[in-house]
Design a protein around this ligand. Structure first.
Ligand SMILES: O=C(CO)[C@H](O)[C@H](O)COP(=O)(O)O
Ligand SMILES: [Fe+2]
Length: 225
């Protein structure tokens, strides 16, 4: 699944972790009809994060329904063991955590060889310096704005100065790389993050468990109430 190479507008990636799993396909269609740019898929292994969420079979099922890119966020230890499998399952973007592997560089190279967009994620307590040696090879720099593992958490305000710093690093080292934020994103924090330099907003609870319909919640995230 591809999209125009250069598109300066903000992308919204609803996280299906917050969707109704009994009607996942329907929720994906609702999100796409509401203008979702990507579908964000949170894979958790009960090791890197305390929670277990979903894996390959869910990605395969989503691939049959989704028409926009599947943005797969791997919260698993040693993600390099599963890159081929997620590529075969239909992922378009694969993001690995800097804290989850001693071989982040190799994992990123492999994701690219597989024809997918590579991303690197860092937790709120991880120094941004982890991005430096890898930024030139990345398509996505994912700044966690909550501690990973669960949906529905509150945005960590200290993420904003980090985001501004990451924006500078990206501008200097690889302006092509998209900055994605994930966790606690609602219409208010979305605006703060976009002002601080984010280009991709992942949002679960505020899209699928928000005040109004999925389409209206997406509009609110875009700043159109
Ligand atoms: O990676 C994640 C959690 O580890 C999720 O993508 C994130 O939490 C989205 O959920 P919400 O918008 O409800 O915070
Ligand atoms: Fe995520």
């Amino acid at each position: 699944m591809s999209e125009p190479a250069t598109n300066p507008r903000v992308r919204i990636a609803p996280s299906i972790l917050a969707a109704d799993f009994a009607r996942l396909g329907e929720q994906v269609r609702e999100a796409e009809a509401g203008g979702a740019d990507w579908i964000h898929v949170d894979v958790m292994d009960g090791r890197f994060v305390p929670n277990i969420s979903m894996g390959l079979v869910v990605v395969e099922a989503l691939r049959r329904v989704a028409t926009v890119p599947l943005d797969v966020h791997l919260m698993i230890v040693e993600p390099e063991r599963y890159l081929e499998d997620f590529a075969k399952a239909g992922a378009d973007h694969l993001t690995v955590h800097a804290e989850a592997t001693p071989h982040a560089h190799r994992a990123i190279q492999r994701i690219r060889e597989l024809g997918l967009k590579p991303g690197l994620a860092v937790n709120p307590g991880t120094p941004l310096g982890f991005f430096k040696p890898l930024l030139a090879d990345l398509e996505i720099a994912l700044l966690m704005t909550v501690n990973p593992g669960f949906g529905g958490q509150s945005f960590i305000p200290a993420s904003l100065p980090r985001l501004r710093l990451l924006r500078q690093m990206v501008e200097e080292m690889n302006p092509h790389c998209l900055i994605e934020v994930d966790g606690g994103i609602n219409p208010e924090t979305a605006r703060l993050c976009v002002d601080a330099g984010a280009q991709v907003l992942v949002a679960g609870s505020s899209v699928f468990n928000g005040r109004a319909s999925v389409a209206e919640n997406l509009q609110a995230l875009r700043g159109r109430p």
